[in-house]
Design a protein around this ligand. Structure first.
Ligand SMILES: Cc1cc2nc3c(=O)[nH]c(=O)nc-3n(C[C@H](O)[C@H](O)[C@H](O)COP(=O)(O)O)c2cc1C
Length: 99
């Protein structure tokens, strides 16, 4: 059964709500195993076939904590090759031009 991770970072709750909705939607697909989490270790990313990352926009970019996380995963040689990866960001309207 394909494992899907919905991983999110949220300070004021908007992204958390979106992540919840995404996990519910993905969970309604038959024969999928969906996990909603705000943290898994970088190494654990290997366990999933698809990863949806929910993040707010900070200063027209993704938050440093998200960048650091994926940079750390790369440094630990965690390969995301062949996985479906969707990065989704929430913002107040000042476009996200750099992430
Ligand atoms: C420090 C900080 C910087 C932000 N920078 C931007 C920005 O550049 N553009 C934008 O449209 N929204 C910006 N926002 C608004 C957030 O992206 C938006 O409120 C988002 O929904 C917050 O997500 P959360 O509730 O999951 O924490 C910023 C918010 C904070 C706290």
């Amino acid at each position: 059964m394909p494992k899907i991770l919905v991983l999110y970072y949220s300070r004021s709750g908007n992204t958390e709500k979106m992540a919840n909705a995404a996990a519910n939607g993905a969970g309604s697909v038959a024969r999928t195993d969906v996990e909603l989490n705000y943290y898994v270790s970088e190494e654990q990313l290997s366990d999933y076939e698809a990863i949806l990352v929910g993040t707010p926009t900070y200063h027209r970019n993704m938050p440093r904590i998200i960048k650091n996380y994926f940079e750390e995963a790369a440094m630990k040689n965690v390969s995301l090759r062949g996985k479906s990866l969707l990065l989704s960001d929430l913002m107040d309207g000042a476009g996200n031009v750099q992430s």
